[in-house]
Design a protein around this ligand. Sequence first.
Ligand code: PLP
Length: 402
Amino acid sequence: MTNSYREDFPILLRDDTIYFDNAATSQRPRQVTEAMRRFDETCNANPMRGLYRWSIEATEQYEQARSDAAELIGAADSREIVFTRNTTESINLAAYSYGLNFLKEGDEIVVSVMEHHSNLLPWQMVSRQTGARLVFLEPEADGTLTEQELLSKITPRTRLVAIGHVSNVLGVTNPVKRIAEIAHQNGALVLVDGAQSTPHMPVNVQELGADFYAFSGHKMLGPMGIGALYARKELLEEMPPFLSGGEMIEYVSRESATYAEIPHKFEAGTVNASGAAGLSAAIHYLKNVGFYTIRETEERLTARLMKGLQELPYITIYGSQDSKKHCGIVTFNIEGCHPHDVASVLDSEQVAIRAGHHCAQPLMKFLGVGSTARASLYFYNTEEEVDRFLDKISKVRGWLGY
Ligand code: PLP
């Protein structure tokens, strides 16, 4: 079956490369790069600072992107969106501004063993500096977090649960709505790492019950260097700035300063306005494709991919064996072959996959492996690519002399 979306992605037309590293970074359609070029060629000026037309237009585009991002994730108010560079910076903002100032010794921060390092190291830092204790949710072998596990780890001592929406290794979707219910019953807040969910599924932070929600533009067709932290308005208003300097102030004297209103008090310095224009275009593109189509295409391709891998007895697929529970992410190992060798030999065959620990070393330990290979799909991939990939995978052991 052909995929008409591919026409919009110049890089996919460049050669026969099978790009299966979409969980690391997705590709950008022409509409996104054109929106950024349009920004650069028509209104590149410092947003928020100039009283002249170009700067006003730059500000308008930047704020439009904020409204688009708010609508995408169902935020009640666009002021609840703080632009950052990426998910990592968003979570650090929450950790430095909320964690260091509102958590204390005796409190517990609940994370899962599956977290990307970006949703673990900031909380390790908060734990070290405040004395709050880190508590780990342990998944079942297929990546599921059971109700019993949630109820036993999220307790009245919990002040914050920081949880990935979709694991970048197992592809499992965590029950964040239920986690938020339990956390709120215990008086705790919930931060959702949405890096791997925002590109693939409709998200509504209010329905999920997320108090914080982080995502990256580059994983959802947008440019690198722009991401966002959503936080409820009351939280952002209470939280002190993370970075300080230009553009985030109301009034500055020699000794002190008062800060701008939210979200500007969290956006110190010149912002990434052309990146925001690109993010806006990415959001429009995703909406045009529609999350139903995205989900349906990914499920079809993942089922085909997993079936092919499951037919090879020397391949282990981590997480659920049900392709519907993978969100396009399939992590595996080939018996006898180091994942780095697998990725390198595939590169010489024009296949791009990821190999390594995927910034999730505690999960690797839990799985009992040092590293794995990972193929991650997006809606612009095709059945033909999956079949070519499977053909090459079946030859890898031979190529590596196993
Ligand atoms: N969280 C998850 C689940 C991820 O998969 C990633 C990136 O792979 C990140 C956080 C970090 O994203 P970024 O590098 O855009 O900050």
